[in-house]
Ligand binder design. Sequence first.
Ligand code: CMC
Length: 444
Amino acid sequence: MSTETQTSTAECNGARPETVTVTDNRTGRSYELPITDGTLRGLDFRQIKADEQDFGLMVYDPGYANVASCRSAVTYLDGDAGILQYRGYPIQELAERSTYLEVAYLLIHGELPNKAQLDEWTHQITIHTFVHENVKSFMQGFRHDAHPMGMLLGSVGALSTFYPDANQIDDPENRDIQTIRLIAKMPTLAAFAFRHSNGQPYVYPDNDLAYSGNFLSMMYKMTELKYEPDPRLERALDVLFILHADHEQNCSTSAVRGVGSSRVDPYSAIAGGIAALYGPLHGGANEAVLRMLHRIERKENIPDFLTGVREGKERLMGFGHRVYKNFDPRATIIKSAAEDVFEVLGVRNPLLDIALELEKIALEDEYFISHKLYPNVDFYSGMIYEALGLPVEMFPVMFAIGRTSGWMANWLEQVQDSEQRIARPRQIYTGGLDRSYVPIEQRG
Ligand code: CMC
């Protein structure tokens, strides 16, 4: 099969034809396929058949590396230029000037709120931070050593049973309240999971505190009557949540959309996203970075470790990205946030020195340069979390708190998009056919 740009009347008149002509060399037939927004319609290939019985051509793309599955106005990402924008606002400006709740409003509603809107949004999130007491007892049933991400996954899924009306997904008011609940309750569930792992009593939300300050209180409050979060740590956490809030059609967001395409309630769809985020190649990457840095242990061991990476025996975790091929703008912001946190806490994480050295060597190394591998957001986030006293198991949980607003923005967009259908890809069947059942005693 060959492709060529068609010469049409439009081209003779000077206008560029927005079509591709595909010639099927099996039949000699040509097809003119329209280009819309830089894409071809997958279903347009089905008309290309070797003969009448043929099913028609499909597109094979494991990992969906070159498939646009939706139209979205939430997040703009240009991997080559290292640009990330939420609703058109550069991530650098948002991380510097905004708060997580304001960014969450922006992602959900499409515009920055005015003062009254932000006050109302903040109030609504604040008064929905509590969870039903039975959720607490439900979480107490997990084993003492349960992974907090597994607990979060199970608990968010369970929330759908506490709000059975959440399946009314065509009702805008219903969607609004579930959105508020999910953003409000995620830190509560995350903190409960953390306290459970530590064998400590759960701490209820404190409505006098802001979003990140309340989270710190639910995590770390002990016997004091009132927990006073350090404003600098509160700010660092807010920045981390902003940086993780959305990242267009990543694995977990695609999972939320995929699960949501069956028109299930948002708690179940978000539980699908949390499950995807649990994996080491996605939200588990910062956990893997920390484990890797601990394993490397000393700067002197870096060359041996990198030899193993070059030989394909392992990966340099926290490096590489499906989309960013020059740099990840989030990594730059997070690197300076890490320095701030260490300054506040008065400790310098010795792993930071290993990470800095690893980054320096890797950025000058032929293997990493030729594979376009640069530090991603997770290379430094784990060190901040560790400095805050979080065990590695909590790292993907922290990611999930921030990402909830992005998941919900995508879920809201999807359920209102008339072009969307249930996610149902095709396959290339590689198994046997028409085999006759053999009774067990006759099998070799
Ligand atoms: N270390 C060493 N080699 C790597 C790495 C790495 N971190 N990442 C990719 N490569 C190599 C890979 O071996 C392959 O080499 P070759 O072509 O010679 O076989 C080539 O680069 C392309 O790799 P790929 O796996 O096809 O690339 P991908 O776009 O499918 O994977 C990735 C993207 C993020 C899964 C991958 O870079 C990776 O595993 N990185 C480490 C895990 C990590 O840090 N994940 C966090 C991503 S950022 C958070 C988020 O948004 O979820």
